[in-house]
Write a protein of this length. Structure first.
Length: 318
């Protein structure tokens, strides 16, 4: 993790006895281990306080941690979370419109008519000044530690919660560009290397893509996928996203050749095969629809198998 230890001193040369050189290397490795242990202890203490309501104690902990480790990206992340914690306030909202983002709610009814009169649900409000302080702090960390991918992802998480989709996409675009430079050699909390950086990046971007589906007529999801497609044009998931967005808009004729191309490259992917079958069905090509649904009737994916059998019964009955 720390690379080779090189000592630039006229007192240390290659003529040094082997045991002496071994002692020096062991000594410096021990120092590194002590540093890691201290960092872990600070992080554990901070994390415990972050889950409590005492923001004064949390701030005091981060201040002490910063004095001990002034160049730590984890201290910057701690300050970011501190500001976020202070900025958020939970309030009750009463509305005649049902929340559509999966928020839990209580349905209010008229005692006499039993008709729905409104919806009561929790909503998070954000203090603008504290949010700006949080974003300024995390931007400082992203600039100084560009390979710490948890920093921009932490920022994106809050931008999406606030509905700031353009800002979130801008941040994700920077991450994608950085991946071309560092070849996906990413670090996470406490500077721990991510084993498969490329897979981690694509998988996380898929999560963001799924969050953005159905928002603003799929525009943010489309823009994110186009950025990823430009960087990773061979990835089956990203190619499938583009075809799926077209199909979701009813553009089956445009989606069909994309799914056909993907299916050729990944014939074992039942989701791709099922989407291809749907496109054939929707464009009136009954023969190819049946041919593609047929093997899916025995898919290991129970949902796909059931849907394929239903589609076959419908098509063969016409």
């Amino acid at each position: 993790m720390y690379g080779n230890i090189i000592l630039y001193s006229p007192c240390i040369t290659n003529k040094q006895p082997p045991m002496k050189r071994f002692f020096l290397v062991t000594y410096f490795l021990a120092l590194a281990t002590i540093g890691l242990n201290a960092q872990q202890k600070w992080y554990d203490k901070y994390k415990k306080l972050l889950n409590d309501s005492d923001t004064v104690a949390l701030k005091d902990c981060i201040c002490q941690w910063e004095k001990a480790e002034p160049k730590s990206p984890d201290v910057i992340a701690a300050w970011y979370n501190y500001y976020i914690k202070r900025a958020m306030t939970e309030v009750l909202n009463l509305s005649t419109v049902k929340p559509v983002d999966g928020t839990q709610y209580f349905e209010l009814q008229n005692d006499t008519t039993k008709e729905t009169t409104g919806y009561l649900y929790g909503q998070t409000e954000y203090n603008d000044k504290l949010m700006q302080a949080a974003y300024a702090k995390i931007d400082e960390g992203i600039k100084e530690f560009p390979d710490r991918i948890d920093l921009p992802f932490g920022k994106v998480h809050m931008l999406l919660k606030q509905g700031l989709y353009d800002d979130a996409l801008s941040e994700l675009s920077k991450v994608i560009e950085r991946s071309k430079v560092n070849h996906n050699q990413w670090l996470w909390t406490l500077n721990k290397p991510i084993t498969d950086g490329k897979e981690f990046l694509i998988d996380t971007m898929q999560d963001y893509f799924n969050q953005l589906i159905d928002i603003q007529d799929n525009k943010p999801a489309y823009e994110l996928n186009e950025m990823m497609l430009a960087a990773y044009p061979e990835d089956i998931r990203i190619r499938s996203n583009k075809a799926s967005l077209l199909a979701m808009k009813g553009n089956y004729a445009e989606a069909l050749p994309l799914f056909a191309s993907i299916h050729k490259d990944a014939p074992e992917d039942d989701i791709v095969a099922f989407n291809l079958a749907i496109c054939y069905e929707k464009t009136g090509d009954k023969k190819n629809a049946i041919a593609n649904y047929q093997p899916l009737a025995n898919s290991k994916n129970a949902d796909i198998a059931t849907a394929a059998r239903q589609a076959l019964r419908s098509l063969k009955g016409k």
